[in-house]
Design a binder for this molecule. Structure first.
Ligand code: PMP
Length: 460
């Protein structure tokens, strides 16, 4: 009897169905290193290129409609092309894109941020989250006249020289070439949740600031123990160190006032980006008056040349970003956007875990607020066919490795189903619907089945 032809694999189908993306990638690689412009967009065999986007969807070069869970790397809480944000940007375009001068938009934008973020007494704009953490660190060092920065394993704070250390496992070893040892030696990385280690290190007296993602590292991939941040606040105060909340992800997404509003913990400085600029480039450092005033000129030449913290930047508070940010934050101010996104994300996490339980495969989905993470090939001890905030029994390094070798196959499998998950997870926007979530859960179940069929994921 003739044998049935072997079914095609996920990888084979992917190459066949995204030819225009493959062609562009091959061209791109000859001019852009690796063919990608953000390390997070690395995907084997090649990433998908997008032509346009609207609401919760984007369309790739081959015309597939994809449900988008990367939402502008988290910046598009209102989805693609929100009409009010788009109009604000279009109106500003008519008036000019750069004045090389202060403008009303930046003041309105700063006032709106101060209204929302509890600890924001003053606001200084940057062009990105990476610049925001760099400026916050400089301010902390200037304010305390100490030089060491303490950060936590797996916490991501952008790509500047001070914050990359300890971001990826193996936490002690992995760091980018090109960062001088002298710089690396000013940064101490500790495991999160180890308050004894934090206390002992702070007691040495040289720590300018502790910087932390208040969601837990990597947008809640590495949840924090209850009480950790409260104690961190006490310890930093006791030891004359500053506490920096990196709210680049959590700002305006966790709540209109960010994670600090939900937690009721005031940091000294907060870094913002993504949602703050409504999907355009931009970031900010906000915080206590006395620290922020280190950025201000005075009628004192000695202060201005020796004590003032320097901070230029061609695109700081760019008028287009200010217009987008202001329009976006006005729509995120009453909490209804966040409530909607949180409910939908909880439903998605629940559905993903039900699919996992149904197939009996080692995997789990979890997350906080409006984000979700998927880990394949691991079991957590508290898995439920429902919503899961904090997986137990999996070491931090394994969580951070996320789905590990299966992350790529999952991502391309989901793309074949019309869903773009970003690094084995994603974020929701107010434009996602229950129907999108249902489609995503169905797609995920089928991809799990394919991974089982291919022997990549084994039940039991
Ligand atoms: N901090 C956190 C918590 C982030 O998630 C990111 C970006 N994903 C950054 C800082 C860096 O922001 P940007 O990419 O705008 O430089």
């Amino acid at each position: 009897m003739a044998q049935a032809p072997a079914a095609t694999t996920i990888a084979q189908d992917f190459e066949e169905q995204f030819p225009a993306s493959l062609e562009l990638h091959n061209r791109s690689r000859t001019i852009i290193p690796g063919g990608i412009t953000h390390d997070g967009r690395h995907l084997r065999p090649f990433p998908v290129a997008v032509e346009r986007a609207q609401g919760a969807y984007k369309w790739d070069l081959d015309g597939h409609r994809l449900i988008d869970y990367s939402v502008g790397h988290g910046s598009l809480l209102l989805g693609h092309n929100d009409p009010d944000v788009t109009k604000a940007v279009a109106d500003q375009l008519q008036r000019g894109t750069h004045f090389g001068a202060g403008h009303g938009g930046e003041v309105l934008w700063a006032e709106q941020i101060r209204k929302l973020i509890p600890s924001a007494e003053q606001v200084k704009f940057t062009s990105s989250g990476t610049e925001a953490t760099m400026l916050a660190i400089r301010l902390a060092r200037a304010a305390t006249t100490k030089s060491t920065i303490l950060k936590f394993e797996g916490h991501f704070h952008g790509w500047n020289d001070y914050v990359l250390k300890g971001e990826k496992p193996p936490f002690e070893a992995a760091v980018s070439p090109g960062i001088p040892d002298a710089v690396l030696n000013t940064v101490v990385v500790l495991p999160a949740n180890d308050l004894d280690a934090v206390e002992a290190r702070l007691a040495e007296g040289d720590v300018a600031a502790v910087i932390v993602e208040p969601s837990g590292g990597s947008w809640s991939m590495l949840p924090l123990d209850g009480g950790f941040l409260e104690r961190l606040r006490e310890l930093t105060t006791e030891h004359d160190s500053l506490l920096i909340f990196d709210e680049v992800i959590t700002g305006f997404r966790w709540a209109p006032g960010g994670a600090q509003a939900t937690l009721g913990i005031p940091p000294d400085l907060t870094t913002l980006a993504k949602v703050v600029a409504g999907g355009l480039p931009g970031g900010a450092v906000v915080g206590r008056n006395e620290i922020m005033q280190l950025l201000a000129f005075k009628d004192d030449p000695v202060w201005n040349t020796q004590r003032k913290v320097r901070h230029p930047g061609t695109f700081n508070a760019n008028p287009l970003s200010a217009a987008a940010g202001l329009a976006c934050l006005a729509k995120c101010a009453d909490g209804s956007v966040q409530t909607y996104c949180d409910r939908l994300a909880a439903r998605l996490r629940t559905g993903l875990n039900q699919a996992i339980a149904g197939r009996g495969v080692p995997a789990f989905a979890y997350g906080d607020s409006s984000v979700f993470h998927i880990v394949l090939g691991e079991r957590c001890s508290n898995h439920v066919a429902g919503d899961l905030r904090q997986p137990e029994g999996v070491p931090t390094s394994r969580l951070k490795a996320a789905a590990g070798p299966l992350a790529g196959p999952l991502q391309i499998g989901m793309l074949l189903e019309g869903v773009d998950v970003f690094n084995s997870g994603g974020m929701l926007s107010v434009t996602h619907t229950d129907a999108d979530v249902d489609q995503t859960i169905g797609a995920f179940d089928r991809v799990l089945g394919r991974l089982q069929d291919e022997g990549q994921l084994v039940a039991g």
